[in-house]
Design a protein around this ligand. Structure first.
Ligand SMILES: [Zn+2]
Length: 64
């Protein structure tokens, strides 16, 4: 059962690739860890995370 749980955990965050790479929630681009702004749309990493938080809130509203 432990191995099953591990697989599920991996599926929850498919955009976390390796060692600090980060996913831009504005343009869906995966950026290398050393980038401070998105390689494609040039918003900051913090800005991208803020967009993701809004997304999560909208999802929760839709589910209810
Ligand atoms: Zn972007």
């Amino acid at each position: 059962m432990y191995s099953n749980n591990f697989k599920m955990k991996k599926k929850v965050k498919p955009f976390i690739e390796r060692s600090g790479d980060w996913f831009c929630f504005n343009c869906k681009n995966l950026n290398f860890a050393f980038r401070v702004v998105c390689n494609r749309c040039h918003i900051s990493k913090a800005e991208s995370l803020r967009i993701n938080e809004k997304d999560e809130l909208n999802k929760k509203k839709n589910e209810e």
